[in-house]
Design a protein around this ligand. Structure first.
Ligand code: ZN
Ligand code: ZN
Length: 342
């Protein structure tokens, strides 16, 4: 493990009401309100907000923000490539792949002899929609802990997808309606279906189309997909339809042939949540690190000190203390308990 050489990062990287603020660079990371200069880790709405004067992000994140908020989502946008450092005032800033969704990044800050990595949201398992998480050694690792409890162990994705495909064989006259978040989960479920050999067109609720087209335009292989418009219930028998989680229970789904309702989320591990979402077929597919991945990642980056931004902080604090690391909960405001991306 490394020792901090100069000023301790606590003295220059501060928790404010709107998020983490890097003083010697005069910028915020994923601020929850408009600021002069923001570094954005990824396009989910609890991290990427419109109205900053200057945004630094990957090209993919900027493209996602433009789809969601319009081309004028920020005053100016500075595009950063993974692994290529950018100097902001006195701080060297490098974006690194986070493996969470298309364009998602960790932020490496180097200042006064210290290296701090802000993970953003991340996961460690393979995902054909984005570049895998790149663990880099640091003095302070700032991690999320959405699933920071030992009960959260996500099963292998392919097992969850095979349960879906088995159900489809069991009920050939029904359609399968899967609640998925529009950014990331939707496209990931599509690639998982393709990896499992499913080659039928995948039908989408209109709210999922724009971001899915963006993924396809960025070279992610999703196979044939289209919106439902014009299709009859008869034509949708045996098909797989994706919709936002909120549409699972609404009137929109009544036109479908006896849909088997499913939902893809890390929260589907919790039966009460699955019931509350109206998911007969809960699929535990998450874009966040599970308990084992969180602990493994701390090992991999080998940081003597870990700060936890949000999530189930207590479990992780306890485990880190046992492993002899200094750990601290930041309890950032504005990171929803139920994120749009879990
Ligand atoms: Zn996210
Ligand atoms: Zn998040």
């Amino acid at each position: 493990m490394r020792d901090c050489m100069g000023l301790h990062p606590e003295t220059w990287l501060k928790v404010t009401e709107i998020g983490l603020y890097c003083e010697p660079g005069n910028f915020y990371i994923d601020p929850s309100g408009p600021v002069d200069r923001a570094v954005i880790t990824h396009g989910h709405s609890d991290h990427a907000r419109a109205g900053h004067r200057t945004v630094l992000s990957t090209a993919e994140t900027a493209a996602i923000m433009a789809v969601r908020y319009g081309n004028d989502f920020a005053g100016t946008t500075q595009i950063s490539t993974y692994g290529v450092p950018v100097q902001i005032a006195e701080v060297r800033v490098t974006l690194l792949p986070a493996g969470h969704i298309l364009g998602s990044a960790q932020v490496l800050l180097e200042y006064d002899g210290s290296r701090v990595v802000i993970s953003g949201d991340y996961k460690r398992r393979p995902d054909r929609t984005c570049i895998a998480f790149d663990p880099v050694p640091c003095d302070v690792f700032i991690t999320e802990a959405t699933f920071g409890l030992p009960v959260f162990r996500h099963p292998p994705d392919h097992l969850e997808i095979s349960r879906l495909l088995q159900s489809r064989e069991l009920f050939p006259d029904r359609c399968h309606l899967i609640g998925v978040y529009a950014l990331g989960k939707c496209q990931r479920v599509m690639t998982l279906l393709r990896s499992a050999g499913y080659d039928r067109p995948i039908y989408l609720h209109g709210a999922l189309l724009a971001l899915t087209k963006l993924y396809a335009a960025r070279g992610i292989e999703l196979g044939p997909f289209s919106v439902l418009a014009g299709l009859t219930a008869e034509q949708l028998k045996g098909e797989i339809v994706l919709c936002p989680p909120s549409a699972l229970a609404d009137r929109w789904s009544r036109r479908l042939p006896e849909p088997v309702s499913a939902a893809a989320s890390g929260w589907m591990r919790v039966r009460a949540r699955a019931r509350q979402k109206g998911a007969e077929l809960p699929l535990v597919i998450s874009d966040h690190a599970d308990w084992d991945e969180l602990l493994q990642t701390v090992e991999d980056v080998n940081a003597p000190e870990v700060w936890i931004t949000h999530g189930r902080e207590d479990g992780l604090l306890h485990a880190l203390a046992k492993s002899g690391r200094r750990a601290r909960a930041l309890s950032l405001i504005g990171r929803e308990e139920e994120e749009e991306d879990s």
